[in-house]
Ligand binder design. Structure first.
Ligand SMILES: C[S@@+](CC[C@H](N)C(=O)[O-])C[C@H]1O[C@@H](n2cnc3c(N)ncnc32)[C@H](O)[C@@H]1O
Length: 351
């Protein structure tokens, strides 16, 4: 792999000089189909154990970490009471409170470094963040992967109930895609979006061929007989959030829509490829992988999240293999955010 100079570096207080490594192992808790695997425990340790066990084998690692919201996220459940009225209850799902940006970035940095080790040379890592942290995350990924490994910044644009704010509504997330090895042929399947209405009105739905002059400059287009598959998909994706009444809704906070993951999985992997999601939550990635014939590994430290994920896979006829992180010794520091006890001590110190 080549990393072009000059190297960029994002720095903050207490940043470790080298990535954390853990000596954790995985142990089987429930046997199941190895095409879908769920790992319970901290993802830094689980990723390290997976990298040691299977080497660089994943076509896609998708990370959807907490977004530094500064709050606890709850799972919402609705059930009818004896009188037939819908009752709403909430239970804690995951904690997104940090001692500060440095704490958050430190946790992300170690995990991105280990996740990179899991990628096959043709593989991609996609980091899903929001505009509050995406600029830091991009510089950090440039540092970890090398700037020439940057492939795309995808803007996921959605509609939601307007917030009361004297600001423009925030209606997008950012997905940063990095390739493992810029000299390798990346796994990439071209997807298409419908032709623009103006293109259809002028040219119809036939494929256009660019006509160039002797110097190679584009003059005009000419129509072919072939039907156009559409326009090659751009990097701004308009996809609805999971609606309150959607069939796929699980009630797990921050659940991502299957349509978003379907695009990533179809574009960046082939059937049979391995996809790893270290922040699997309700299991959107694994459900999409199972439906599209990809192998999936999902990691989460919240057992309830894994139960939801397991149910989604069962609904697709798959009994997942379940493992958990066993004894670990963290070799370096910077495990910020990985161990709730250590983190809450830091939060207390910071407040
Ligand atoms: C934003 S949610 C992921 C939502 C998921 N993409 C979905 O569609 O449901 C983040 C998840 O990461 C988990 N998580 C956070 N920190 C973790 C860590 N250090 N190790 C393992 N899981 C973690 C949380 O429990 C939560 O379920």
């Amino acid at each position: 792999m080549s990393i072009t100079e000059p190297r960029v570096r994002l720095t903050w207080n207490d940043k470790p000089s080298e990535p954390t490594s853990c000596a954790a192992r995985l142990e089987i808790v429930e046997p199941g189909h190895p095409s879908s695997m769920l790992v319970e425990g901290d993802n830094l340790q689980a990723l390290g154990a997976l990298a040691r066990r299977s080497g660089a084998s994943a076509a896609l690692v998708y990370l959807d970490p907490p977004f530094l919201t500064g709050r606890q996220h709850n799972r919402v459940e609705r059930a009818r009471d004896g009188a037939g009225k819908i009752q709403r209850s909430e239970r804690p799902a995951f904690d997104d409170r940090w001692a500060g940006m440095h704490d958050y970035l430190g946790a992300l940095h170690s995990r991105l470094s280990v996740a990179r080790d899991l990628l096959a040379p043709h593989g991609s890592l996609v980091l899903h963040v929001d505009p509050k942290t995406s600029h830091y995350a991009k510089v950090m990924c440039d540092e970890i992967f090398g700037p020439d490994c940057f492939a795309s910044e995808i803007v996921w644009r959605y509609r939601r109930w307007p917030a009361k704010t004297k600001n423009f509504q925030r209606v997008h997330d950012v997905l940063l895609r990095y390739v493992k090895d810029p000299s390798a042929d990346p796994r990439f399947n071209q997807l298409y979006e419908p032709l623009a209405a103006s293109t259809r009105a002028t040219w119809g739905t036939r494929k256009q061929r660019a006509v160039t002059d002797d110097t190679g400059r584009r003059q005009r287009s000419s129509s072919t007989e072939e039907e156009s598959p559409g326009t090659p998909l751009g990097d701004v994706w308009e996809i609805g959030i999971v609606a309150p009444v959607a069939r796929e809704r699980t009630g797990y906070p921050t659940q991502k829509p299957m349509a978003l993951l379907e695009r990533l999985v179809c574009a960046l992997t082939n059937p049979g490829d391995l996809v790893v999601d270290p922040y699997v939550g309700s299991g959107t990635t694994l459900a999409v992988c199972a439906a599209l014939g990809r192998r999936g590994i999902g990691i989460d430290q919240n057992r309830e999240a894994l139960e939801i994920c397991k149910q989604r896979l069962r609904d697709l006829g798959i009994e997942p293999l379940q493992e958990r992180v066993s004894a670990a010794s963290v070799v370096r520091k910077a495990d910020a955010g990985a161990q709730p006890a250590a983190r809450s001590k830091r939060l207390r110190r910071a407040s």
